[in-house]
Design a protein around this ligand. Structure first.
Ligand SMILES: Cc1cc2nc3c(=O)[nH]c(=O)nc-3n(C[C@H](O)[C@H](O)[C@H](O)COP(=O)(O)OP(=O)(O)OC[C@H]3O[C@@H](n4cnc5c(N)ncnc54)[C@H](O)[C@@H]3O)c2cc1C
Length: 467
């Protein structure tokens, strides 16, 4: 990003992107320093990277079996992979992209998805492709094209209130909307009722929030990030293979190359922070460090901080007050035939209750594509191909899958060795939740649970009710 006096290099297509430098510090530490990073999700990986690049000795301890945290992917018993859901790598995620560039300077591993279509149950669909790049023209053109906005409803919009959205300043904006719900803000704007779900539901789900509880400040922040404050819009990329293969295993190797000790299956417990020392138990063994970066998820961070004897009470209380988002389910369907070619690779939804999107992963992930090709070849050699089912956007109709009369063909070939940062345990079968109860159980291929239903879609797809 741009710095005063530096050559103008843009992080993306937004010509008005501004670099906000981090607080000053030394480029390289002058003294030997050791930092314990607790957590190997994106936050922990980023912290370990920048610390190691500055000459700090880093131990990265990750409790689970692999890196990536909420964006992890893990192998099933037979070479297929599972993850905790579809992730869009939006173009304005400049810091995340800078992290990934450490191992892939051209970001060749990311594949563009050219649209973020939003399907409504009445058959209408919003699209974000081909919009002007300059805000607010991008927003105005979207509204002009969108079937969710009509001239009659737009005429009723409270224009002075809507102009508030253009005056976004962080962190002040969050404070300004404190206590107001997003629903109340939309009421105040006299936002067109037909477009309400579009604004409220899609963005609330991005925060794993119930639309009724979603805050106005967060909604305004989303408008700013994706429409009014950035030329990148709602366009995004996806990794060309599962998250572990494409992103975190290479980054883990990069960290090892920088001298970072990467430990997976290594929970940090019993943290104690002294005046100039941190001690912790990692997998039950004591570790001493000059500092600790706590990059654990909120639940674990709450536990570790609550147990700190000398923690600042205000900080401890603020952390204790954080909540976990509601549970969500990711359904990954391994189907016996290819998805119709005219089905979109990614389809966001609005007005379908908790359903967030339907994605055809074989269009993105190399491993899923290989699996689909292998299985389709085997299937077609052991059963006649049934007539194709077409997907129609008519509502959440359920259909039995597979049809009762059909014999299932469950063969598929192992694809690749797991990440070097994996200990080899995996979650079972075709669905995942955050429940550890399903951990470590493997279903033999012939007994893999086959989904009893699918949305009227075919192929190797995944649905996630949240982003
Ligand atoms: C389905 C889904 C879709 C999403 N889509 C998007 C999206 O499109 N765009 C977007 O911006 N964001 C998205 N998000 C949010 C994004 O994934 C998270 O904000 C991000 O991954 C959080 O990273 P993190 O490193 O802060 O935490 P986490 O990923 O939670 O990582 C924390 C890590 O700490 C480890 N840990 C916990 N306790 C300990 C301990 N005691 N010792 C050691 N390690 C510990 C955990 O095992 C975990 O690996 C999505 C999230 C989900 C679930």
């Amino acid at each position: 990003m741009n710095q005063p006096g530096s050559p103008r290099t843009l992080p993306g297509r937004d010509r008005r992107a501004v670099r906000h430098p981090a607080p000053g510090g030394t480029a390289r530490t002058g003294h030997p320093r050791h930092v314990l990073v607790a957590g190997g999700g994106i936050a922990g990986l980023a912290a370990a990277t920048v610390l190691a690049e500055r000459g700090v000795r880093v131990t990265l301890a990750e409790a689970s079996d692999r890196l990536g945290g909420r964006v992890a992917a893990w192998p099933l018993a037979d070479g297929r992979t599972m993850s905790r859901g579809f992730h869009a790598f939006f173009r304005q995620y400049y810091n995340l992209r800078a992290l990934l560039r450490r191992v892939d300077p051209e970001l060749a591993v990311l594949t563009p998805v050219e649209d973020y279509p939003l399907q409504r149950p009445d058959g209408l669909r919003d699209s974000f492709t081909g919009l002007p790049t300059t805000p607010p023209w991008s927003m105005l053109e979207f509204v002009r094209r969108s079937p969710s906005f009509t001239l009659a409803t737009l005429a009723r919009v409270n224009v002075p209130a809507a102009l508030e959205l253009l005056r976004t300043r962080f962190p002040g904006t969050h404070a300004a909307y404190d206590g107001e719900s997003a629903a109340a803000l939309l009421d105040r704007l006299r936002f067109p009722p037909e477009a309400r779900a579009l604004a409220l539901e899609v963005f609330a789900r991005s925060f794993f929030a119930d639309p009724r509880e979603f805050g106005a400040g967060e909604l305004v922040a989303m408008f700013h990030t994706y429409f009014l404050g950035s030329a990148e819009g709602l366009l995004f990329d996806v990794p060309e293979d599962d998250y572990d293969t494409a992103l975190w295993a290479p980054l883990g190797r990069h960290l090892a190359g920088l001298g970072v000790t990467v430990r997976v299956g290594a929970p940090v417990t019993d943290l104690a922070i002294g005046a100039d020392r941190v001690t912790a138990l990692v997998s039950g063994y004591p570790i001493e460090a000059d500092a600790c970066v706590l990059a654990a998820d909120p639940r674990s961070a709450r536990e570790l901080i609550a147990a700190l004897p000398d923690a600042d009470p205000a900080w401890r209380d603020a952390v204790a007050a954080t909540r976990n988002s509601p549970p969500f389910v990711v359904v990954r369907l391994w189907l016996e035939r290819s998805v119709d070619a005219d089905r979109l690779a990614f389809l966001g939804t609005t007005g379908y209750g908790p359903l967030d999107n339907v994605s055809v992963l074989e269009r993105f992930e190399a491993g899923a594509a290989t699996w689909a090709r292998t299985l389709v070849a085997r299937w077609s050699s052991c059963t006649p191909t049934p007539a194709p089912q077409r997907w129609r956007p008519t509502g959440p109709r359920r259909t039995r899958w597979p049809p009762r009369s059909r014999k299932s063909c469950t063969g598929c070939s192992p694809r690749r060795a797991g990440s070097p940062f994996a200990t080899g345990r995996s979650w079972s079968a075709t669905t995942a939740s955050s429940s550890p109860r399903s951990r470590g159980r493997h279903a033999p291929a012939s007994r893999l649970p086959r989904p009893a239903w699918c949305w009227r879609a075919t192929g190797c797809g995944a649905t996630t009710p949240s982003r």
